[in-house]
Design a protein around this ligand. Structure first.
Ligand code: DGL
Length: 271
């Protein structure tokens, strides 16, 4: 199969990255996506960098060697923060590897109306300092404040969104002193797309929200186009693998993806 018609590999710790996969599928309907959710090992948000690197490498190897993907999208902020450079260096430019952090940073710094940006994400992402470092290096005058919000991803994964529980948790976090006076907020976890409406309601639409769906899909399209890797015909059905299948994941997966899908169980490495 020519390079152009090989699939796009997308992975996340679980099903949060389906929000990114769906945005890619909407923008690039001719492309085939092979999605891998590492449900046996989620959440990544409280794991060590070394462990996340190991899991990410095994998944990337599976997507490249067994599924012959033409590029890899790390649809997880935590894995992007912990493992992006490691994966890029290990695969030494053999295929384009995308993280979800750089496109968001680029969009935020391009917007001159933003003076103070908040970042909410998992503990591992916030502690890595990746967003903070990239924002301050690329736009030194920009003020930023970061807050780890570890309850959000498990809460969303369990189906708690658009209800009184999610509202209470979201309000509690957004009322923290770190996030006062912001004019933009980075939703630094692919799960948070599911609570974007609730966050927007909290701010009454007055704070700009940045997430990793359309921004990442648009960046991916631009790079694949530049590298002459966009498929030239509809390639095939999207496939969704998880490292631990349960019916409840399948139910939640439908909500994250926004349409029906079926999950298949698959081991990524020899673990
Ligand atoms: N969806 C992942 C992210 O974007 C986090 C979920 C987890 O902790 O595994 O960071």
């Amino acid at each position: 199969m020519p390079n152009t018609n090989r699939p796009i590999g997308v992975f996340d710790s679980g099903i949060g990255g389906l929000t990114v996969a769906h945005a890619i599928s909407r923008l690039l309907p001719d492309e085939q996506i092979i999605y891998f959710g590492d449900t046996a090992h989620l959440p990544y948000g409280d794991k060590s960098r070394d462990l996340i690197k190991r899991y990410s490498l095994e998944i990337t190897d599976f997507l490249l060697r067994e599924k012959h993907c033409k590029c890899i999208v790390i649809a997880c902020n935590t894995a992007s923060a912990a493992a992006y450079e490691y994966l890029r260096d290990t695969h030494m430019g053999s295929v384009p590897i995308f993280n979800v952090i750089d496109p968001i940073v680029e969009s935020v710094i391009a917007d001159d109306s933003i003076h103070h940006v908040g970042i909410i994400a998992t503990k591992t992402t916030i502690l890595s300092g990746v967003y903070q470092e990239k924002l301050s290096r690329r736009k030194p005058g920009l003020r930023y404040s970061a807050l780890a919000t570890p309850l959000l991803a498990p809460m969303i994964e369990e189906g708690f969104f658009n209800n009184t529980i999610s509202q209470a948790v979201i309000h509690n976090y957004l009322e923290q002193p770190e996030l006062q006076g912001i004019d933009a907020l980075i939703l630094g976890c692919t799960h948070y797309v599911m609570i974007k409406k609730e966050i927007n309601a909290f701010y009454e639409g007055k704070v700009k929200l940045f997430d990793s769906t359309d921004i990442v899909a648009t960046k991916l399209e631009a790079i694949l186009d530049k590298e002459h890797l966009l498929s030239d015909k509809p390639v095939g059905k999207n496939l969704f693998y998880v490292s631990d299948y349960t019916e409840s994941f399948e139910q939640s997966a439908k909500a994250f993806y926004g349409e029906s899908l079926s999950l298949q169980q698959q081991k990524a490495g020899g673990r």
